[in-house]
Design a protein around this ligand. Structure first.
Ligand SMILES: [Zn+2]
Length: 238
Protein backbone atom coordinates (compact mmCIF):
# COMPACT_ATOMS: atom_id res chain seq x y z
CA UNK A 1 0.00 0.00 0.00
CA UNK A 2 1.31 3.43 -0.93
CA UNK A 3 -0.02 6.93 -0.51
CA UNK A 4 -2.18 8.24 -3.33
CA UNK A 5 -2.67 11.96 -3.83
CA UNK A 6 -5.94 12.69 -5.54
CA UNK A 7 -8.12 15.71 -6.06
CA UNK A 8 -11.64 15.15 -4.79
CA UNK A 9 -12.77 18.79 -4.92
CA UNK A 10 -14.56 18.42 -8.27
CA UNK A 11 -16.11 14.96 -8.26
CA UNK A 12 -17.62 13.55 -11.47
CA UNK A 13 -21.06 15.15 -11.93
CA UNK A 14 -22.76 11.83 -12.59
CA UNK A 15 -22.43 10.99 -8.88
CA UNK A 16 -24.62 13.92 -7.85
CA UNK A 17 -27.11 13.11 -10.61
CA UNK A 18 -27.38 9.48 -9.56
CA UNK A 19 -27.66 10.44 -5.91
CA UNK A 20 -30.57 12.81 -6.67
CA UNK A 21 -32.34 10.19 -8.75
CA UNK A 22 -32.10 7.71 -5.91
CA UNK A 23 -33.16 10.25 -3.29
CA UNK A 24 -36.18 11.29 -5.34
CA UNK A 25 -37.27 7.67 -5.64
CA UNK A 26 -37.00 7.73 -9.44
CA UNK A 27 -34.66 4.78 -9.23
CA UNK A 28 -34.12 2.29 -6.42
CA UNK A 29 -30.38 1.93 -6.74
CA UNK A 30 -28.30 4.80 -8.18
CA UNK A 31 -25.16 3.96 -10.09
CA UNK A 32 -21.89 5.12 -8.42
CA UNK A 33 -19.86 3.31 -11.11
CA UNK A 34 -20.71 5.71 -13.91
CA UNK A 35 -18.25 6.04 -16.82
CA UNK A 36 -16.66 9.27 -15.56
CA UNK A 37 -16.03 7.71 -12.15
CA UNK A 38 -14.36 4.67 -13.66
CA UNK A 39 -12.23 6.82 -15.95
CA UNK A 40 -11.05 9.09 -13.15
CA UNK A 41 -10.61 6.52 -10.42
CA UNK A 42 -8.48 4.41 -12.76
CA UNK A 43 -6.14 7.36 -13.32
CA UNK A 44 -6.14 8.43 -9.65
CA UNK A 45 -5.08 4.97 -8.50
CA UNK A 46 -2.64 4.29 -11.37
CA UNK A 47 -4.87 1.50 -12.62
CA UNK A 48 -3.83 -0.70 -9.70
CA UNK A 49 -5.55 -2.08 -6.65
CA UNK A 50 -4.82 0.18 -3.67
CA UNK A 51 -4.59 -2.76 -1.26
CA UNK A 52 -2.49 -5.44 -2.98
CA UNK A 53 -0.90 -3.07 -5.56
CA UNK A 54 -1.32 -5.56 -8.34
CA UNK A 55 -1.22 -3.57 -11.57
CA UNK A 56 -3.90 -3.95 -14.18
CA UNK A 57 -6.11 -6.35 -12.22
CA UNK A 58 -8.39 -8.38 -14.46
CA UNK A 59 -11.33 -7.96 -12.12
CA UNK A 60 -11.95 -4.43 -10.89
CA UNK A 61 -14.30 -3.14 -8.23
CA UNK A 62 -15.20 0.39 -7.26
CA UNK A 63 -14.95 -0.05 -3.54
CA UNK A 64 -16.49 1.98 -0.73
CA UNK A 65 -13.62 2.70 1.64
CA UNK A 66 -16.11 3.29 4.43
CA UNK A 67 -18.95 0.82 3.92
CA UNK A 68 -22.23 2.55 3.01
CA UNK A 69 -24.25 -0.47 4.06
CA UNK A 70 -27.05 0.53 1.63
CA UNK A 71 -28.34 3.14 4.07
CA UNK A 72 -25.80 5.97 4.00
CA UNK A 73 -26.40 7.65 0.67
CA UNK A 74 -23.68 10.29 1.22
CA UNK A 75 -21.02 7.61 1.67
CA UNK A 76 -22.40 5.73 -1.30
CA UNK A 77 -22.00 8.66 -3.73
CA UNK A 78 -19.04 10.50 -2.20
CA UNK A 79 -16.13 10.41 -4.66
CA UNK A 80 -13.58 10.57 -1.83
CA UNK A 81 -15.04 7.32 -0.49
CA UNK A 82 -14.68 5.46 -3.79
CA UNK A 83 -11.47 3.46 -4.16
CA UNK A 84 -10.04 1.29 -6.93
CA UNK A 85 -9.63 -2.31 -5.77
CA UNK A 86 -9.37 -5.76 -7.27
CA UNK A 87 -12.18 -8.23 -6.61
CA UNK A 88 -9.97 -10.38 -4.35
CA UNK A 89 -9.06 -7.48 -2.04
CA UNK A 90 -12.55 -6.01 -2.03
CA UNK A 91 -13.86 -9.38 -1.05
CA UNK A 92 -11.22 -9.87 1.67
CA UNK A 93 -12.04 -6.45 3.10
CA UNK A 94 -15.81 -6.79 2.77
CA UNK A 95 -17.41 -4.80 5.62
CA UNK A 96 -15.03 -6.27 8.19
CA UNK A 97 -12.32 -3.59 8.15
CA UNK A 98 -13.72 -0.19 9.01
CA UNK A 99 -10.65 1.11 10.75
CA UNK A 100 -7.78 0.68 8.31
CA UNK A 101 -5.37 3.46 7.31
CA UNK A 102 -6.53 5.69 4.47
CA UNK A 103 -3.89 5.73 1.73
CA UNK A 104 -5.43 8.89 0.22
CA UNK A 105 -4.90 10.82 3.45
CA UNK A 106 -1.44 12.36 3.23
CA UNK A 107 -1.17 12.36 7.06
CA UNK A 108 -1.38 8.58 7.13
CA UNK A 109 1.95 7.25 5.96
CA UNK A 110 0.84 3.76 4.93
CA UNK A 111 4.13 3.13 3.25
CA UNK A 112 6.48 3.99 6.09
CA UNK A 113 4.40 2.90 9.06
CA UNK A 114 4.36 -0.68 7.77
CA UNK A 115 7.30 -2.81 6.66
CA UNK A 116 6.43 -5.04 3.68
CA UNK A 117 8.50 -8.16 3.21
CA UNK A 118 8.60 -11.37 1.21
CA UNK A 119 11.47 -13.74 0.57
CA UNK A 120 11.93 -14.36 -3.16
CA UNK A 121 11.15 -18.08 -3.08
CA UNK A 122 8.01 -20.13 -3.62
CA UNK A 123 5.97 -21.31 -0.69
CA UNK A 124 6.73 -18.44 1.69
CA UNK A 125 4.23 -16.02 3.19
CA UNK A 126 4.28 -12.25 2.91
CA UNK A 127 5.18 -10.51 6.16
CA UNK A 128 3.95 -7.19 7.50
CA UNK A 129 5.16 -5.46 10.63
CA UNK A 130 4.77 -2.12 12.33
CA UNK A 131 7.55 0.34 11.66
CA UNK A 132 7.73 2.81 14.51
CA UNK A 133 10.60 4.84 13.12
CA UNK A 134 8.36 7.28 11.26
CA UNK A 135 5.90 8.01 14.04
CA UNK A 136 4.16 11.37 13.95
CA UNK A 137 1.03 12.94 15.39
CA UNK A 138 -1.26 10.85 13.18
CA UNK A 139 0.42 7.54 14.02
CA UNK A 140 -2.33 5.23 15.25
CA UNK A 141 -1.28 1.77 16.36
CA UNK A 142 -4.76 0.24 16.33
CA UNK A 143 -5.39 1.32 12.74
CA UNK A 144 -1.95 0.18 11.59
CA UNK A 145 -2.60 -3.21 13.16
CA UNK A 146 -5.97 -3.46 11.43
CA UNK A 147 -4.34 -2.58 8.10
CA UNK A 148 -1.74 -5.29 8.65
CA UNK A 149 -4.52 -7.75 9.45
CA UNK A 150 -6.17 -6.94 6.12
CA UNK A 151 -2.89 -7.18 4.17
CA UNK A 152 -2.23 -10.53 5.82
CA UNK A 153 -5.66 -11.76 4.78
CA UNK A 154 -5.13 -10.51 1.21
CA UNK A 155 -1.68 -12.05 0.72
CA UNK A 156 -1.78 -15.04 3.06
CA UNK A 157 -5.49 -15.71 3.46
CA UNK A 158 -6.56 -19.20 4.35
CA UNK A 159 -10.06 -18.41 5.59
CA UNK A 160 -11.70 -20.19 2.63
CA UNK A 161 -10.39 -22.62 0.01
CA UNK A 162 -10.98 -20.08 -2.75
CA UNK A 163 -9.20 -17.31 -0.86
CA UNK A 164 -6.28 -19.60 -0.16
CA UNK A 165 -5.85 -20.20 -3.91
CA UNK A 166 -6.30 -16.52 -4.77
CA UNK A 167 -3.75 -15.44 -2.15
CA UNK A 168 -1.32 -18.08 -3.38
CA UNK A 169 -1.70 -16.82 -6.96
CA UNK A 170 -1.16 -13.25 -5.82
CA UNK A 171 1.96 -14.23 -3.86
CA UNK A 172 3.27 -16.05 -6.90
CA UNK A 173 3.04 -12.82 -8.95
CA UNK A 174 4.63 -10.87 -6.11
CA UNK A 175 7.49 -13.35 -5.70
CA UNK A 176 8.19 -13.31 -9.43
CA UNK A 177 8.36 -9.53 -9.46
CA UNK A 178 10.45 -9.26 -6.30
CA UNK A 179 12.87 -11.95 -7.54
CA UNK A 180 13.62 -9.99 -10.69
CA UNK A 181 13.96 -6.81 -8.63
CA UNK A 182 16.51 -8.53 -6.33
CA UNK A 183 18.45 -9.84 -9.34
CA UNK A 184 18.84 -6.36 -10.79
CA UNK A 185 19.73 -4.89 -7.40
CA UNK A 186 22.45 -7.53 -7.09
CA UNK A 187 23.76 -6.66 -10.55
CA UNK A 188 23.68 -2.98 -9.65
CA UNK A 189 25.55 -3.61 -6.38
CA UNK A 190 28.25 -5.75 -8.03
CA UNK A 191 28.77 -3.70 -11.17
CA UNK A 192 31.57 -1.18 -10.98
CA UNK A 193 33.02 -1.06 -14.45
CA UNK A 194 30.31 -1.09 -17.10
CA UNK A 195 28.57 2.25 -17.04
CA UNK A 196 26.14 1.54 -19.89
CA UNK A 197 24.91 -1.61 -18.14
CA UNK A 198 24.80 0.22 -14.85
CA UNK A 199 22.55 2.87 -16.34
CA UNK A 200 20.16 0.12 -17.41
CA UNK A 201 20.13 -1.27 -13.86
CA UNK A 202 19.50 2.16 -12.36
CA UNK A 203 16.71 2.89 -14.85
CA UNK A 204 15.11 -0.46 -14.10
CA UNK A 205 15.21 0.07 -10.33
CA UNK A 206 13.85 3.61 -10.72
CA UNK A 207 10.91 2.39 -12.81
CA UNK A 208 10.12 -0.40 -10.30
CA UNK A 209 9.90 1.95 -7.32
CA UNK A 210 7.52 4.37 -9.02
CA UNK A 211 3.99 4.60 -7.69
CA UNK A 212 2.52 3.12 -10.85
CA UNK A 213 4.64 -0.03 -10.58
CA UNK A 214 3.50 -3.45 -9.37
CA UNK A 215 3.87 -4.01 -5.59
CA UNK A 216 5.69 -0.71 -5.02
CA UNK A 217 5.53 -0.84 -1.21
CA UNK A 218 7.40 -4.18 -1.11
CA UNK A 219 10.12 -2.88 -3.45
CA UNK A 220 10.52 0.38 -1.58
CA UNK A 221 10.80 -1.56 1.67
CA UNK A 222 13.73 -3.51 0.14
CA UNK A 223 15.41 -0.23 -0.77
CA UNK A 224 14.81 1.27 2.68
CA UNK A 225 16.31 -1.70 4.53
CA UNK A 226 19.70 -1.12 2.91
CA UNK A 227 21.44 2.16 3.87
CA UNK A 228 23.41 2.14 0.61
CA UNK A 229 20.36 1.56 -1.62
CA UNK A 230 18.35 4.00 0.43
CA UNK A 231 20.90 6.70 -0.14
CA UNK A 232 21.00 5.92 -3.85
CA UNK A 233 17.29 5.49 -4.64
CA UNK A 234 15.06 7.00 -1.99
CA UNK A 235 15.21 10.33 -3.81
CA UNK A 236 13.30 8.71 -6.69
CA UNK A 237 10.28 7.76 -4.57
CA UNK A 238 7.55 9.86 -6.20
ZN1 LIG B 1 -5.98 -6.22 -4.74
Amino acid sequence: MINIQRDVTNPPLCLETEKKRELSGKIKDGNYRCDKVIERIKTDFFNKCYICENCKPTSINVEHFRPHKSKNIDLKFSYSNLFFACAHCNNCKSDDFENILDCTNTNEDVENWIDYRIEPMEGVKAEFSISETNKNASWDKARIEETIKLLDRVFNGEHTNIKEIESENLRSLLIEDVSIFYQIIRKFSKNQYHSAEQKEHVDFIKSEIRKDSNFTAFKRSIIKRSPKLKQEFEKYFD
